[in-house]
Ligand binder design. Sequence first.
Ligand code: OAD
Length: 280
Amino acid sequence: MLPCLFRRGITSARAPVPDRSQGRHIVASGRAEGRRRFQWEGRSKPVSPSPEKKLLKIVVLSGAGISAESGLPTFRGAGGLWNGVRAETLATPEAFADDPQRVLDFYNFRRTMVRDAEPNAAHRAVAALEQRHQVTVVTQNVDDLHERAGSTDVLHVHGEIMTARSSRTPSLKVAMQDRDIRLGDLAEDGAQLRPDVVWFGETVRHIDDSLDRIRAADRFLVVGTSLQVWPVADWVHHAVNAGERVIVAPELARCPDGFDWLRGNACEHVPRVAERWLDA
Ligand code: OAD
């Protein structure tokens, strides 16, 4: 069985049993200027050095909190999308089968919000790290704010909201741009289009690539995630070679072992961390 996205609170009889040792399906727990004048503020994207001149391998693992200051809601906590809503009524294949219009409305609304949002200082600081370092962003976010800030290597492990796909053939994708997905919109294979996101119980993407990069990372920055959803929550323990492991979050149920926890918002702390690492 392929491991899948899993949230501890919604492991119903319908959800696959998680394999947390090598989880591949989403599962959520019930309980994540000084000296240098940076080029990321108000300037065009800097030219990166060639790959062989890059100093450090950096992985940034991001969650909804990095986009909060761009106006996109998180999932958990006050004002979160799952606050007062059961995720299984909106983010499972069963929900889409039961009430596709409700699920499409939810993702169409979120796609509109993403379209209207702009990358913030934290997204831009992450992108600016590419001026000197080899940077991979592993993100649970379905928005495209990392790319719009200038990051060039972004692994969307929970999919991408700006794309639709066939509900029968996952590889048949359609860029949605300014459009909603409507009932009756069909993919090439004649099946209904659905958001190209990973729902609870579905297989998480880019697992091997993500884990390879995390294991090889010299620096590891985790930002804006509650670490409540498997398998990604477990990946923080795989940065075995990182000389520095930093987590930026205003609150956490528990700080993972070996991390420096910077308590606060992404736009406050991520630019400072990036500044320091750019000086490495
Ligand atoms: P969560 O909503 O679970 O967690 C967001 C985290 O960001 C929380 O710990 C907040 O405290 C923190 N936060 C809020 N504002 C912040 C800010 N300005 N700067 C930094 N951190 C801030 O979101 P994720 O951990 O990303 O999956 O959630 C993981 C997955 O659960 C999502 O991909 C989604 C959700 O269910 C699916 O929909 C399948």
